[in-house]
Ligand binder design. Structure first.
Ligand code: CP
Ligand code: NVA
Length: 303
C-alpha cells in the first residue's frame, strides 16, 4: 500500500480507481483478521468542528487497533476556536502528529491544512464531501454483491456532501449512480461534471424523479434532508422532500436483491421509514460497522 503513504484524502477523487480497490481489499482483510499492523508511537489527531458519533469513534478505535494513539483536538479546548490562523495551526500540528482527520464546513479549510502541513490530512466530512463514509459504503456493497462494476446505486434526497462523494466513488469503481433530488436541492454541477468525466463505462444521472431513479437499482441510499449547519431549514424542507422518502414503495421498484443504505444519523419517518431501516433489505448496521474497517485500511495506507 506504499502508493498512498503520506497522501491526503480531501476528496474521493484524490484516489485512483485501483487505489480504491486496494483499500477495499485491505479493509476486507482487516475485517477478516487476516492482516495486522503495528503503528506504535504514531498519533492521529481529530479536529472536529461538527458533531460526530460514528466517525469519531470509528477513527479512534481503528487507530487503537492499529497500535497507535489518538488526540481529540476539540476546537473549544485548543486555540482553534479563538481564531489562530489555520496556516499556523497546520504547521504546528504537523510537527507533533502523524496524521490528522478534520471535520469542518468549508472544503477550503481542509485544503489550507493540506497546503501547510506535510502529514496526511483526511476529510472526516465537509459541506462538500464525505469520502470516508463512501469507502465504507462501497465495502458494504461489495460484501453484498461480490463485486461493484455494473451495479446501480440510487441516492434519494438532498444533493449534499453524501450525494457528491457517492457520485465520485461510484464513477471511480464503475458503478452507475443516479441522484434524485428536488429542483432546488440538486448536487453541485461542478461535482456532477467531475463524476461524469471520471465515469468510463458507467452512467451518472441526476433527476427530479425518485421513482424512475429507483427502478431496478441495486442500492437505495438516503441521508438527512437538512445537514449539520442547515438546522434552521429543516421544517421547511420536509414537504419538499417527502416524495424522496426511502420507503417500502420505492424499495419495491428496486431490484429484488436490492439493499438499503443510510450513512446515519437518521431521522426516522422523514428521509427513511422505520420499516425500511429495520427491514430485511437494510444493511445499515453493517455499513456503520464498515466505517471502522475502511478507515483502518485508510490509516494503515497513509501512515
Ligand atoms: N455517518 C457519519 O459520519 O456519522 P457521524 O456524524 O456520527 O460521524
Ligand atoms: N449530510 C449529513 C451527513 C452526516 C453524516 C451532514 O452533513 O450533516
Amino acid at each position: 500500500m506504499g502508493n498512498l503513504q503520506g497522501r491526503d484524502l480531501l476528496s474521493l477523487a484524490d484516489l485512483q480507481p485501483s487505489e480504491i480497490q486496494e483499500l477495499l481489499t485491505l479493509a476486507k482483510q482487516l475485517k477478516a483478521g487476516e492482516v495486522q499492523f503495528d503503528f506504535q508511537r504514531k498519533t492521529l489527531g481529530l479536529l472536529f468542528r461538527k458533531a460526530s458519533t460514528r466517525t469519531r469513534v470509528s477513527f479512534t478505535v481503528a487507530m487503537h487497533q492499529l497500535g497507535g494513539h489518538v488526540i481529540d483536538l476539540d476546537p473549544n479546548v485548543t486555540q482553534v476556536s479563538r481564531g489562530e490562523p489555520i496556516e499556523d495551526t497546520a504547521r504546528v500540528l504537523d510537527r507533533y502528529l502523524d496524521v490528522l482527520a478534520i471535520r469542518t464546513f468549508e472544503q477550503a479549510e481542509l485544503e489550507t491544512f493540506a497546503k501547510f502541513s506535510k502529514i496526511p490530512i483526511i476529510n472526516a466530512l465537509s459541506d462538500l464531501e464525505h469520502p470516508c463514509q463512501v469507502l465504507a459504503d462501497l465495502l458494504t456493497v461489495m460484501e453484498n454483491f461480490g463485486s461493484l462494476k455494473g451495479l446501480t446505486l440510487t441516492y434519494l434526497g438532498d444533493g449534499n456532501n453524501m450525494a457528491h462523494s457517492l457520485m465520485i466513488g461510484c464513477a471511480l469503481v464503475g458503478m452507475n449512480v443516479r441522484i434524485a433530488s428536488p429542483k432546488n436541492f440538486m448536487p453541485d454541477p461542478t461535482i456532477v461534471a467531475q463524476a461524469k468525466a471520471l465515469a468510463e463505462n458507467s452512467e451518472v444521472i441526476v433527476t427530479e424523479d425518485p421513482k424512475l431513479a429507483s427502478r431496478a437499482a441495486h442500492v437505495l441510499y438516503t441521508d438527512v434532508w437538512a445537514s449539520m449547519g442547515q438546522e434552521s431549514e429543516a421544517e421547511d424542507r420536509i414537504p419538499i422532500f417527502q416524495p424522496y422518502q426511502l420507503n417500502a414503495e420505492l424499495m419495491a421498484l428496486a431490484d429484488q436483491q436490492a439493499i438499503a443504505l443510510h450513512c446515519l444519523p437518521a431521522h426516522r419517518g422523514e428521509e427513511i421509514t422505520d420499516e425500511v431501516m429495520e427491514g430485511s433489505q437494510s444493511r445499515i448496521w453493517d455499513e456503520a460497522e464498515n466505517r471502522l474497517h475502511a478507515q483502518k485500511a485508510l490509516l494503515a495506507s497513509v501512515l
